[in-house]
Ligand binder design. Structure first.
Ligand SMILES: [Zn+2]
Length: 228
């Protein structure tokens, strides 16, 4: 008769799998069962800052590139309500925010729509600012329901976005660092900066959690003369 010890490794393995299943925890970055974020994926969320500019010239520093593990974690935070991921992502953001933001500057997150807030129960940009160890100041709000962008040409789309937010109060020259979670074209940050400037605030720069890789490609392309 086999001793129980023979089954030990198998039982331990089943035990680990059962525990993981019961906790229904798997790594958000690679699906490895066991924890919310494995050590390898956690290392992928260390900040790797990218400096870019919006179409209107606002300086933006992004903590991460929106690809791989970082992109998966951000999608799960935004799309699947995995709010516990705001803490590791906020860690990367905090490092960049501390480097960019003067102590007296107010951190202002771009506003999210009331519908998005109802769906998630939290505002992703503000949650990330909190997890980065800063206080978000709600100086911007969504102004009006935007009409459907489909079927609009480029100019109509710009007009459609214009006036989409308003300042919640007048400013007296307070210095602002803007925040958005993912920067793609930068037009949202430009709209936010323009709205706050018109209201009397002094927008210094912006910080993003992640920038889409096309930004990194632009930087690489402009820093080399090599042609493919
Ligand atoms: Zn992982």
């Amino acid at each position: 008769m086999r001793s129980l010890a023979t089954y030990g490794p198998m039982l331990r393995s089943i035990g680990a799998e059962t525990a993981a299943l019961l906790l229904s925890a798997s790594c958000a970055g690679c699906d490895e069962p066991g924890e919310l974020l494995c050590g390898q994926c956690r290392a992928q969320l260390l900040p790797r800052p990218v400096d870019i500019r919006t179409p209107r010239g606002l300086a933006v520093r992004a903590a991460l590139s929106f690809e791989g593990v970082a992109a998966r974690c951000i999608r799960r935070l935004k799309g699947e309500g995995e709010s516990s991921l705001a803490r590791p992502l906020g860690g990367a953001l905090g490092t960049v925010l501390a480097a960019v933001s003067p102590p007296d500057a107010l951190v202002v997150a771009v506003p999210t729509s009331p519908a998005a807030f109802r769906r998630r129960g939290y505002r992703v940009p503000e949650l990330l600012v909190h997890r980065a160890g800063a206080t978000p100041h709600r100086l911007l709000a969504i102004a009006a329901r935007r009409s459907d962008q489909r079927g609009l040409d480029a100019r109509s789309r710009r007009d459609n976005v214009r006036g989409s937010m308003h300042a919640t109060r007048r400013g007296r020259g307070e210095r602002i660092v803007l925040f958005d979670d993912v920067i793609t074209t930068g037009s949202t940050l430009d709209e936010a900066a323009g709205t706050l400037t018109d209201a009397g605030f002094d927008v210094l720069s912006a910080v993003a959690l992640a920038a889409t890789p096309r930004h990194r490609k632009l930087i690489e392309d402009s820093s080399t003369t090599r042609r493919k």
